[in-house]
Design a protein around this ligand. Sequence first.
Ligand SMILES: [Zn+2]
Length: 260
Amino acid sequence: MASFAVSVIVIEGLRKDWVLMKKIVILTGAGISAESGLDTFRDAGGVWAQVRPEDVATPEAFARNPGIVHDFYNARRIQAARAAPNPAHRALAQLQAVWPYPVVIVTQNVDGLHEAGGARDVLHMHGILAGALCATCNHRWPAPSTMAVTDACPNCGGQTCRPDIVWFGEIPYDMGLIFGHLATADLFVSIGTSGQVYPAAAFVQEASAAGANTLELNLEESAVSHEFDETRSGKASDLVPLWVAEVLDTLVAAGSVQPA
Ligand SMILES: [Zn+2]
């Protein structure tokens, strides 16, 4: 692989006996989907460099001009539906399938690429493009590829259907569940996230405080890299399959599974 480049920064030193780290909690961000061709949000040239979030990603923007908000998310939904999962998504699904203990995947991404790559029970803390939400009765259902202002809620009939996306100023989904997982994690891994968006940026501190080992896999140093036991820099599609292979190899060495 010509573009292959991985550097490892060990902050305190991560314990490498992976097999002793039973429960793994993984947080993913835009960096894992960028290699599937989906735009990131906060980078130079990312979505928020082209569109102001306050025009399309707040409840106020939706109340003011729902048509513009639907246009923005319809375009993103179509782009996401055309994207294919990359080796990083597939490696995490493999880890989840083979690892004999819980592997919890929490994502900030609103695409469905983890599921398309074979992952199960993914916690979409910022919602999902494939979902619709009624602003009147909070009913949630699968979104059509194109949503319109005139859509009616299948539950209450109200014409206040919005993308099931957590907007600025709103509380992310499943926070109680996620913090519960962080409190019982043996290993917390952050993949492709800038560490600029809270509460996700605080997950590493939460997991560390609960005694978990912490590993960051990111294209470059993030805003919270110093919080991790170990940081590896490179493309997610290189780093994630390598790390998953490393973890599963220890399992083979320990005799827990047969090599494929
Ligand atoms: Zn409704």
